[in-house]
Design a protein around this ligand. Sequence first.
Ligand code: ZN
Length: 134
Amino acid sequence: MKEDRGKNGRRPVFLHKRDIVILLVAAIVAVVLWLVLTRGSDAGAVARVTIGLGDAQRSEEIALNADGVHNLMAELPVHLQVQDGAIRFVHSECPDHLCEDFGWLRYDGDWAACLPAGVVVRIGDTPLPQSLGE
Ligand SMILES: [Zn+2]
């Protein structure tokens, strides 16, 4: 009798408490992984640096996942700083220092230029504004 009641009285249980905990943990792990991977893809971004003018123009890629300062010898010496997946002109020997006012470049399409030094920095493949392409 007891056995029967126990057997028939219970509704079929698909989710035990332990299963719910496991599902919650899996969901949390998934969210954390997603955050880490999303952040990781940002950190894997690259800045494309165009140096020089005309025929002497060359380009370099600077990975944004390694903090540090990159010293470039362009028309004028330029120093680019990479930190936390972003890059900026930290110092340039140009007369106006406008490039340093661009601030941090982090997102696809962000760009900055030091025209006296002939250096253009951009994130991703977004084309430059027409005025800088000449
Ligand atoms: Zn400048």
